[in-house]
Write a protein that binds this ligand. Structure first.
Ligand code: SF4
Length: 231
């Protein structure tokens, strides 16, 4: 894809995606979980590496083939599987409370009804549960089979966004979500947001790292006011 307009006439996220895509190649095929599975996985993933959370989530699914069996299980039994995730006691309490409330309110653990809601309304509903912030709620809407047009802004997107002056804080998920939302081109759909999320996350892990950003190798350097400054 060629970008023929001058830089200052193009949406910034379009340029960012274009440049990262040019060096990283196509986005790998993504696996979309059902919305409840995605919610539990995202709650486990907070402050934990995706690979660790993924292994724990898979083992939980093998051990407890239904959420009801997970709810009925003894904490000691679950602990043997869940302990590698950060703050597992808090997360286990929050997940079980969320499952209990969803079952009480909806009569099942099925969250697919959210697909018929406006994204903002669905995110507000999800955020009523302890342990569900804007990033977790957004992943349920975008990374699950709902696949809505909604960008999950995690710590990687916050860090790069903050350094590029797209977001005002590297820690404020609410404002980060709002700032990115305003910058998303109107023509973009859910797949475009998957791609942006994938490229920015990789960029944060491989180039714009927390402690030592490699600005001299960064394809976004001429867009970034932070270039060359200490982290
Ligand atoms: S120029 Fe440096 S600080 Fe800016 S996005 Fe690139 S690596 Fe990050």
């Amino acid at each position: 894809m060629q970008l023929s307009l001058p830089l200052d006439e193009l949406p910034i996220l379009l340029i960012v995606r274009h440049r990262l895509q040019a060096i990283m190649g196509p986005v790998p095929e993504l696996l979309f979980l059902n919305p409840m599975s995605q919610l539990v996985f995202a709650m486990l993933s907070k402050r934990t590496r995706d690979e660790t959370a993924g292994r724990v989530f898979q083992r939980l699914q093998w051990r407890y083939p239904s959420w009801q069996r997970f709810l009925n299980a003894a904490e000691d039994d679950i602990r043997k599987i869940i302990w590698p995730v950060t703050d597992w006691q808090d997360k286990l309490r929050e997940i079980r409370r969320m499952l209990t409330l969803v079952k009480a309110q909806r009569g099942s653990f099925d969250l697919t009804f959210l697909a018929g809601w406006r994204v903002e309304q669905a995110i507000a509903w999800l955020r009523r549960f302890d342990g569900v912030g804007p990033e977790v709620a957004a992943t349920v809407m975008n990374f699950s089979s709902i696949h809505a047009r909604c960008l999950p802004v995690d710590r990687h997107l916050l860090r790069v966004g903050y350094r590029m002056r797209l977001t005002p804080s590297p820690k404020d998920y609410d404002r980060g979500f709002d700032c990115y939302e305003r910058l998303i081109p109107d023509s973009w759909g859910a797949h475009d947001l998957d791609a942006l999320q994938y490229y920015l996350k990789r960029h944060s892990r491989e180039i714009c790292t927390r402690a030592n950003p490699a600005c001299n190798r960064c394809v976004l350097a001429n867009l970034c006011p932070r270039v060359g400054l200490p982290s």
